[in-house]
Design a protein around this ligand. Structure first.
Ligand SMILES: *[C@@H]1O[C@H](CO)[C@@H](O)[C@H](O)[C@H]1NC(C)=O
Ligand SMILES: *[C@@H]1O[C@H](CO)[C@@H](O)[C@H](O)[C@H]1NC(C)=O
Ligand SMILES: *[C@@H]1O[C@H](CO)[C@@H](O)[C@H](O)[C@H]1NC(C)=O
Ligand SMILES: *[C@@H]1O[C@H](CO)[C@@H](O)[C@H](O)[C@H]1NC(C)=O
Ligand SMILES: *[C@@H]1O[C@H](CO)[C@@H](O)[C@H](O)[C@H]1NC(C)=O
Ligand SMILES: [Zn+2]
Length: 440
């Protein structure tokens, strides 16, 4: 009896230690990160209400001003502002997106919205941990530290949170970047998401590739499966597919030979093929050559690619009218800005923002990897297209690249180091009093 009582006391004591430990931790950068990760902002039905309320509350606790703009209803853009001592200077914009891709819960070791903290290795598991809720919280935490040290920015700093990035940003950053509200922010330099690196350096991105959705269609006389004849739809399409495959190989050869990075060539990958005559029982008629056939490609162009040359190639080689072929190209972004310039931000000392950014990262004892073009596409393209210099950067080193993957996680120490890095970056960028005109 006495012994079991002792046990009970012991457990109560032990439990209270755990409890006080948890409550002590209740309001730290890590727990605020966990809370932000727990909002389900995944497609297809992201609800932005709760995370926006959370972020506005954070901005209030920092004495920052905030406002929400709905260019499309239920798809809010949040702008948190730290006014500089010289608000006439072009401002600094720190962007991240609110939404995430879906997660297949059953394939995760912890539920993807639990933001489970594994105390054995310090990893925080959640959809969005790397892409890109980490930076959304780190920006504010860096500002929190800077404020606590009495730092006052010279340039105004805006922190923006946008919806719909994962489905192209058309109702998010695209509308925001092209709005009057955006031009009134007078942004001189911006930052947006980057990617993790397994190595010991931070990656930085100075351009995105531009995606095109290309569909090629062929028509021809239908015929019996046993008949040999010229110019059937399938034959015409297969000729094109061969041409595309040859082009794809030529691009890939550069990469394989180490002459270019994956993101520096044009990639063209088949994503679907559609042909065949279906009978009433749903089976394809195996003795029938169809009268129509089509193939869809995901094409990605690096900023220096010439869109007119690419279009000519598609029109003349991949889908020549002379073979009765047609095509459509859906351009999901621009390759040149309104002045005809390449949409990329110089990542060398010709661009003062580059030097400031690089030095600020190095001041924290960290190193940058060689600047890269991002192989995929982010909201950054809408801002760069305005002629505003922008670097894509998420300070995650010694971290496997898990964006859109199962068991996406970020380690606590990497997250905390990132805050320190942003402290340095934000203080350096916002203190820059030099050229006020936009650089590109
Ligand atoms: C979104 O979530 C909020 C609570 O956070 C709820 O009040 C609202 O009805 C939700 N909206 C939709 C469209 O489900
Ligand atoms: C708002 O912030 C305060 C102070 O940081 C915190 O105590 C409170 O729980 C927060 N409320 C919400 C709804 O996040
Ligand atoms: C916000 O303002 C209040 C009142 O002026 C002040 O007590 C508090 O320390 C400020 N907080 C921050 C983070 O600046
Ligand atoms: C294109 O279509 C026309 C009219 O149907 C046909 O006469 C011609 O042979 C076709 N050419 C090719 C290359 O398929
Ligand atoms: C800096 O980069 C830009 C764009 O990549 C390039 O055109 C320019 O020549 C570079 N300048 C120097 C000094 O390296
Ligand atoms: Zn992202």
């Amino acid at each position: 009896m006495a012994i079991s009582h002792l046990y009970t006391l012991f457990f109560l004591f032990f439990f209270s230690i755990i409890k006080s430990h948890v409550s002590e931790q209740e309001n730290t950068p890590i727990t605020r990160f966990q809370r932000y990760l727990q909002f389900k902002t995944t497609h297809p039905n992201p609800n932005y209400t709760a995370p926006i309320t959370f972020l506005i509350n954070q901005s209030k606790s920092l004495n920052l001003t905030s406002r929400t703009i709905e260019f499309v209803s239920n798809k809010p853009v949040l702008i948190i502002t730290w006014i500089g001592s010289n608000p006439k200077l072009p401002s600094i914009l720190l962007n991240s997106h609110l939404d995430s891709v879906p997660a297949e819960s059953e394939k995760w070791i912890y539920p993807p919205f639990s933001a489970h903290y594994d105390s054995n290795n310090g990893n925080i598991y959640a959809r969005g941990a790397q892409d890109d809720k980490c930076i959304g919280v780190q920006y504010l935490e860096a500002i929190r530290y800077l404020k606590s040290k009495g730092f006052v920015p010279i340039r105004t700093v805006h922190v923006s949170y946008v919806p719909e990035e994962e489905i192209g940003g058309f109702d998010g950053m695209c509308k925001f970047a092209n709005s009057l509200e955006f031009s009134e922010l007078n942004v001189g330099f911006a930052m947006d998401e980057g990617q993790a690196n397994l190595g010991d350096e931070f990656r930085v991105f100075y351009a995105d590739r531009t995606p095109w959705e290309v569909v090629i269609r062929a028509v021809g006389e239908p015929g019996h499966g046993a008949k040999l004849y010229d110019n059937g739809a399938m034959e015409n399409l297969m000729k094109s597919v061969e041409m595309v495959s040859k082009f794809r190989e030529s691009q890939f050869d550069f990469v394989k030979a180490g002459k270019a990075a994956n993101s520096e060539v044009v990639s063209v990958n088949p994503v679907y093929m559609k042909a065949g005559t279906v009978s009433s029982n749903g089976d394809v008629m195996m003795n029938m050559q169809p009268s129509e056939a089509e193939v869809g490609y995901d094409l990605r162009l690096p900023p220096m690619a010439d869109p007119d040359v690419m279009k000519k190639r598609i029109a003349e080689e991949w889908a020549p009218a002379i073979r009765n072929m047609t095509y459509t190209i859906k351009e999901k972004g621009m390759l040149r800005d309104h002045l005809g310039r390449l949409i990329m931000t110089p990542a060398n000392d010709s661009n003062p923002w580059w030097s400031i950014f690089k030095q600020a990262v190095e001041a924290t004892g960290e190193k940058l990897a060689k600047p890269e073009i991002l192989a995929s596409t982010t909201d950054a393209r809408y801002i760069r297209a305005l002629g505003i210099p922008l670097f894509g950067f998420s300070p995650m080193k010694n971290t496997p690249i898990l964006l859109h993957d199962h068991n996406e996680f970020l380690k606590d120490t990497v997250f905390m180091k990132g805050i320190e890095v942003y402290e340095s970056i934000i203080s350096a960028l916002s203190s820059y009093e030099g050229v006020t005109d936009q650089v590109i």
